[in-house]
Design a protein around this ligand. Structure first.
Ligand code: ANZ
Length: 957
């Protein structure tokens, strides 16, 4: 780096150095702030409303907002923020009104855990972190509309989070209309009798508690006792989405147990179908759509009732099956251990002749079931479902009746059947389902072949090694007095048997979803309080809007009650409940002052990110969540965006199901209730890759500081000791973090921006290499030198017209860069800008002003500070942030044609005008098809064609 030595700087006092970059960058950042350069006007309302912008095309460009971590940023974090900023700046220069800002997702566990350790209030540490992060982000020159930025912990913001909760609570899903409606509509239906109450009594005769229960069965947010993921290690329950595939907490990796607790739930399942089909309207990566589809998990099948022998008349086990065509082959049944019917069907004693192997060695079915349940409770769903060879279970002592064959079938409990899926009960068809096959083998249960094997094996399952599970075969052995499926294909058989069941009222075709309702309460401190209180009868009351926000109270202890993290039998106690003064309140909710108990759970930290895009639109609105005209302008449906939504949303692929599914759900509720005109929040989603870094480890496997590792002949050393090198995550714990602050200090923010964008395609992960950053620094130095004299500081451009070659280089660059900018291909845009800049350097002599200006505009979105500085030195008084992006002249952007000579036996027979980039193969086809060439060949056989694209084709005959 000889050109940055102090000596070189004295020789060239106006060279673009890190010092100069720092000076330019802070000056322009101040200028932008002072002039509100990135303040996007709304068409109406607050924020310098300008009705004229309603006619202006818009772009709403968003990042997944960060959690303000105490560790600060490393260079991996801003990759997406820089990319959206480049895109936003480009869109602004192509005539769009651009909304681009960044807030903070500030509720969350780390601040609370820090509070537990240090006693610092989470608000104090979180706000300090926000201040640090804002400064780090500002240093990068991100063009955010800062007026629109907020943190989810601001009471002005979470007041509306609570308000949305109330809208969801006060709504129900009208399946007939396929949308959410106010709960008042449902109450009206109960009142006027158009809808019957569950037990048929008139609505007026129900007590308040009974009404509350009935409505709770419909509300989109409801409290219910249900099996939940209880994580004693974290002292809270968790959503399914927060539990890893091996049944542990995603955060902290603690064991998670199933426990029955009363919790708030969100009825996201009501939206399963719309969440699925509306994916088609979105411009998202296919991989993310697929993950959402799989998570929602739509299965078409049937419910079938199996009456149970020896109990009350109406006891029946309802199963969900996707293979109702195999009903004649159902030879036993299984209930999930937690199934409610288990207790009802278990007889006092084992039926006569019960096999020893079915009893698990217990004296009574009751004992066997109790012991088995205990064992199952300690396993995660995944462990239970894992395709372990060994299937476990016990006989309940009860028999059900197969409704088509009339045969008694034994009912088992086994943990391979999950309570949370379908009905929690299955009909087992061992001949055609491999899990059932394994179980049937282990317990010596009968099997019946009802789908004719097509792979050569016979029809006796006793001789099989595994189930025959095909969809492309004929049904056999499946007839009774009133129905026969024999000879039908699977699809026809399904239809026929479903009809037969429906006619008898013992089954029906159904669609089942894997998606469960969203567990929405947490036993934590640092989250939004619920706007709910309970009266002395335990009936929940929603607080009126006028009582929002319900602010978090002070507590003296943030700790979850000390638990044994490995003990499922511990129970949660919430920090908010410890502030008795807050938890008990006297309120007048319309019937005089009464004492209420507040809900002491808090919302999960997904709540704040479920709707923040809407608040960016209208952050100061105190009357409404968002002005409808403002929402329609920024997010409303339009051509090519039928669902409406944010124009570009950039973030990590790890949020595929959690945040993105929850946010879509809330948005749809708000749409149904008429608060927004878009029915999806995010039209285009883009997942940026990760910036990775090398992790160096010593012989003990401990990470050593990456910055102090040296390389010698392809080996790596730390303090003289050999260390291993692997590509991994960047972070403090791996001692390989590089901060943007360091890079800004050494080269400037523009260089950092360019380097991050040049590293590769935006969606691909890439290894950080500090040594390579200087390449982009050099580009900026050459750019600077093409405009400014390093010795005098004078602008060197000439008013002379550029020569043809330079003009062509310019327009080719403009053409390519525009396309790349629009397509988020910033790495190739940089390559094209570099090429143009190198052309000017090589050409020598002063650069024509017109070319210099266009070049500065081209690089402006990527390196905005140096571009502003050069633009102003070139004599412009206004910022280039709103200048017009260069437009290519198509005639100049195309390479001129090249003349290609076609020879036969060494003699020129034709001349062709071809593009300079033509391939050998295309040129050969073109030459052989040319009329002059065919005439000259005159039918002679071609022996060989030698092609030297684009200039020569030699034909040998
Ligand atoms: C009989 C049958 C015969 C089945 C056959 C499959 C094959 P998907 O496609 O994922 O929806 N099942 C239903 N509920 C279950 C539960 N709670 N736990 C474990 N398994 C359950 O799978 C639906 C199939 O999974 C259902 O169809 C049922 O087994 C099983 F040849 O019923 B099948």
């Amino acid at each position: 780096m000889s050109d940055t030595t102090p000596a070189a700087e004295t020789a060239a006092p106006h060279r673009y150095t890190a010092q100069l970059a720092a000076e330019i960058e802070s000056r322009w950042q101040e200028h932008w702030d002072e002039h509100g350069t990135f303040a996007a006007p709304n068409p109406t309302g607050t924020l310098d409303a300008d009705p004229a912008v309603a006619a202006k095309p818009k772009r709403f460009i968003m990042d997944m907002f960060p959690y303000p971590s105490g560790a600060g940023l490393h260079v991996g974090h801003p990759l997406g923020y820089i990319a959206t900023d480049v895109s936003a700046r480009y869109q602004r220069m192509t005539g769009h009104n651009v909304l681009h800002t960044l807030g903070f997702d500030a509720f969350g566990l780390p601040a609370e855990q820090y509070a537990v350790q240090t006693g610092t209030h989470p608000r104090v540490s979180t706000e300090a972190n926000i201040v640090t992060m804002r400064a780090q982000l500002r240093r990068l020159g991100l063009g955010h509309d800062r007026r629109r930025s907020f943190a989810t912990i601001d009471p002005d913001y979470y007041r509306w989070t609570q308000w949305i909760f109330l809208q969801i609570y006060n709504s129900w899903y009208d399946a007939a209309a396929d949308r959410a409606r106010p709960i008042a509509d449902l109450v009206a239906q109960f009142e006027d009798g158009t809808r019957a109450t569950p037990d048929g009594r008139p609505w007026a005769e129900l007590t308040a508690a009974e009404r509350s229960d009935v409505l709770g069965g419909h509300r989109l947010a409801y409290a219910a006792e249900s099996p939940v993921n209880w994580c004693p290690g974290l002292g809270t329950v968790l959503a399914n989405e927060e539990v890893t595939a091996d049944g542990r907490s995603e955060r902290g990796n603690y064991p998670v147990f199933k426990a029955k607790l009363r919790q708030w739930m969100m009825r996201i399942t009501a939206y399963a179908d719309r969440l699925l089909t509306d994916l088609d309207a979105l411009d998202w990566p296919e991989a993310i759509k697929l993950q959402q589809r799989n998570w929602i998990g739509r299965s078409e099948g049937a419910r079938v009732d199996f009456p149970v022998h020896g109990t009350a008349e109406d006891a029946a086990i309802t199963v969900f099956t996707t293979r109702q065509d195999t009903l004649f082959g159902a030879t036993y049944m299984v209930l999930a251990p937690e199934h409610d019917l288990v207790d009802a069907i278990v007889p006092a004693a084992w039926p006569e002749g019960t096999r020893e192997a079915w009893t698990g060695g217990h004296a009574t079915p009751g004992d066997a079931v109790a012991a088995y349940r205990k064992q199952a409770a300690s396993k995660s769903d995944v462990e239970r479902q894992a395709d372990a060879k060994e299937k476990t279970g016990v006989f309940t002592g009860a028999y059900a009746v197969n409704p088509v064959s009339g045969e008694p079938v034994p009912v088992f409990v086994a943990d391979y059947v999950l309570m949370g899926y379908g009905t929690g009960a299955i009909m087992a068809v061992p001949a055609h389902d491999s899990r059932d096959f394994a179980f049937a083998r282990a317990f010596d249960l009968p099997m019946r072949c009802v789908v004719r094997p097509t792979d050569g094996r016979g029809e006796d399952p006793a001789e099989w090694e595994d189930a025959f599970a095909s969809y492309d075969a004929a049904i056999v052995n499946s007839a009774n007095d009133t129905v026969s499926l024999d000879g039908l294909g699977v699809t026809e058989a399904k239809a026929a048997i479903t009809r037969w069941l429906a006619e008898r009222g013992i089954g029906e075709g159904t669609v089942n979803y894997r998606l469960r309702d969203w567990l929405f309460s947490r036993q934590r401190y640092w989250g939004e309080p619920f706007p709910i209180v309970y009266d002395e009868d335990g009936v929940a009351h929603a607080l009126p809007d006028s009582m929002l926000p319900v602010e978090l109270p002070e507590v003296d202890d943030y700790t979850p009650r000390t638990f044994d993290p490995d003990d499922a039998d511990t129970s949660p106690e919430t920090p908010l409940s410890r502030n008795a003064e807050w938890a008990t309140v006297e309120l007048d909710l319309g019937d005089g002052p009464r004492t209420y108990r507040r809900e002491t759970n808090t919302m999960p930290n997904w709540a704040g990110s479920c709707w923040y895009e809407l608040r960016y639109l209208d952050p100061f609105n105190t009357e409404r969540i968002v002005d409808p005209a403002v929402e329609a302008y920024w997010m409303g449906p339009r051509e090519g965006q039928p669902a409406g939504g944010v124009d570009l949303y950039v973030g990590g692929a790890e949020h595929a199901v959690l945040h993105l599914l929850y946010a879509r759900f809330w948005h749809k509720v708000l749409f149904d209730l008429g608060y927004v005109s878009s029915f999806e929040p995010f039209h285009k989603l883009f997942n940026q890759g990760m910036i990775q870094a090398y992790v160096y480890r010593d012989a003990r496997g401990i990470a050593v500081p990456a910055a102090e590792v040296t390389e010698e002949d392809g080996a790596y050393y730390y303090q003289g000791e050999k260390v291993s090198r692997l590509l991994g995550k960047m972070g403090k714990s791996l001692k390989n973090a590089v901060t943007p602050d360091e890079i800004c200090a050494e080269f400037g923010a523009d260089t950092l921006r360019l380097y991050e964008m040049a590293m590769g395609p935006l969606d691909v992960s890439r290894p950080w290499d500090t040594r390579a950053v200087v390449g982009q620094y050099r580009l900026l130095q050459r750019l600077w030198r093409n405009v400014v004299d390093e010795t005098t500081g004078e602008v060197t451009v000439t008013d002379a017209e550029p020569d043809e070659e330079t003009l062509r280089a310019l327009h080719k660059a403009i053409d390519g860069v525009s396309g790349d900018m629009a397509g988020l291909r910033f790495n190739t845009a940089i390559a094209k800008i570099t090429e143009l800049n190198n052309h000017l350097t090589k050409a020598g002599g002063p650069v024509p002003r017109s070319v210099a200006e266009q070049l500065v505009l081209l690089i402006a979105p990527l390196a905005p500070h140096i571009a502003e500085e050069l633009w102003s030195r070139l004599g412009h008084t206004a910022s280039l942030a709103h200048a017009d992006f260069p437009v290519a002249d198509p005639a100049l952007a195309q390479d001129p044609a090249v003349t290609c000579v076609v020879q036969i036996k060494g003699k020129v027979k034709a001349r062709l005008e071809v593009p300079p980039t033509i391939s050998d193969a295309d040129l050969e086809t073109l030459a052989l098809g040319d009329p002059a060439v065919t005439a000259a060949l005159n039918g002679a056989a071609v022996r060989k064609v030698i092609v030297r694209a684009p200039k020569l084709v030699n034909i040998v005959v």
